[in-house]
Design a protein around this ligand. Structure first.
Ligand SMILES: CC(C)(COP(=O)(O)OP(=O)(O)OC[C@H]1O[C@@H](n2cnc3c(N)ncnc32)[C@H](O)[C@@H]1OP(=O)(O)O)[C@@H](O)C(=O)NCCC(=O)NCCS
Length: 175
């Protein structure tokens, strides 16, 4: 496992988001959805928001974990983690439901450092899904996972709701 990135960003923190921070996550999810609209067909609603229906579940359903990321105390991104596969009936696997780094902080290794923090928090089997149309993220996950487990993982191609995805599976070891 590689801790180089964490040492590079001593003030990069991954903090569980409290229920009174739901709106903060909702705001960041709008930026995330807007990024997605570049390669994926998602419609904005008449109120000017994309919305994220499942967000409240992160504070009401067990097995869901919302995180905010800060760099030097400022918002830098988020991660939404949930337990249970969306492609098989494996209920224990960890799923990176959503993951985001603010544009101002990209290509500095921050996404990698954050992903590694998330995986270390939840040892066990992981699934990381990415739409194949999200080509930057496909390269990102391939590199971040390789650094984390020390070898390359070849993604499995799956089709869900007519959309082709790459699914990376690996195990995060216990500390
Ligand atoms: C994907 C994302 C999380 C990457 O965050 P980041 O902090 O820029 O990632 P890193 O700096 O740690 O990148 C590590 C490596 O991933 C690859 N990578 C990251 N962004 C890339 C891009 N835009 N194009 C090609 N490769 C990329 C590179 O190999 C990079 O190493 P390098 O910069 O030395 O070449 C960020 O771009 C993002 O939030 N995108 C929008 C949301 C999204 O797509 N999330 C993933 C959903 S599945």
């Amino acid at each position: 496992m590689n801790r180089r990135n964490e040492l590079q960003f001593p003030r990069l923190e991954l903090v569980p988001a409290a229920s009174d921070q739901e709106q903060v996550l909702a705001n960041l999810l709008e930026l995330y959805a807007h990024d997605f609209s570049e390669f994926h067909d998602i419609e904005i609603a008449a109120d000017g928001r994309f919305g994220y229906r499942d967000l409240p579940l992160y504070w009401s359903e067990p097995g869901r974990h919302p995180f905010l990321a800060t760099l030097n105390g400022k918002l830098a991104g988020f991660a939404l983690v949930k337990q249970g596969s969306t492609i098989s009936n494996n209920r224990t696997v960890w799923d990176m439901a959503e993951f985001f780094v603010m544009r101002a902080y990209r290509r500095h290794g921050i996404g990698t450092a954050l992903a590694h923090q998330v995986w270390r928090r939840f040892p066990g089997a992981w699934e990381v899904r990415v739409m194949r149309s999200n080509r930057h993220a496909c390269s990102f996950w391939r590199a971040a996972i390789r650094q984390f487990i020390g070898r390359s993982v070849r993604p499995v191609r799956v089709e869900k709701n007519g959309e082709p995805w790459n699914v990376f599976t690996f195990v995060s070891p216990s500390q």
